[in-house]
Design a protein around this ligand. Structure first.
Ligand SMILES: [Zn+2]
Length: 192
């Protein structure tokens, strides 16, 4: 006695089919092998789905649990830190030592990026408060002139001579001499 499997279409001996009381000849219409494959597929699918569901479930409940006991966790973290300060700082030091080049690169990049951000922010602030800034700048220049600040004198020296700013800065006696000259000129002007 032979039968064709409805799944794989192969003709097989009736004994190759799964036992089934209500079917003709007491055997089902799917062969044992196909039934087994189906079962394996199902088990595989179900178990991976189940695993993912389980993971999600624990992720969510863990989160919820931690949120609910937030204060405890914060307190626990503090306590742990206090009890293991030395260990933690040693670990950080070790980490820093091992990743020095990498970390300094990150830091440099961060500063670079931030510098651009800061510059843009400063420019935007200046543009939206232009009048205030200009007044402040005028005030700054005026006070420089009035008080004969180093910066003001340096600017004047570099304007009337060809001495580079760097050299002027390196020679404070130059600045001092010029200051005296200006004071003298001013006092003569006043007497006129
Ligand atoms: Zn089959």
């Amino acid at each position: 006695m032979r039968r064709v499997c409805k799944k794989c279409g192969e003709e097989k001996e009736i004994e190759e089919f799964v036992k089934h009381k209500t079917c003709i000849y007491g055997r089902g219409y799917t062969c044992k092998k196909c039934k087994h494959d189906l079962y394996v597929d199902y088990a595989k699918k179900y178990s991976s789905e189940y695993r993912i569901r389980r993971k999600d479930y624990f992720k969510d409940t863990n989160k919820a649990y931690k949120e609910l006991h937030k204060e405890y966790y914060i307190e626990y973290g503090k306590k742990y830190y206090n009890n293991n300060k030395r260990k933690i700082s040693a670990r950080h030091g070790e980490y820093y030592r091992l990743n020095k080049d990498h970390l300094s690169k990150i830091n440099k990049n961060y500063n670079k990026l931030n510098r651009i951000k800061i510059n843009i922010a400063a420019r935007l602030h200046r543009n939206s408060n232009l009048e205030k800034y200009q007044q402040q700048e005028r005030q700054y220049v005026k006070s420089g002139i009035d008080n004969l600040s180093d910066n003001y004198i340096k600017k004047i020296i570099s304007q009337v001579s060809d001495i580079p700013m760097r050299i002027i800065t390196e020679h404070p006696e130059l600045i001092e001499n010029y200051r005296k000259q200006i004071i003298l000129k001013r006092s003569l002007k006043l007497k006129k």
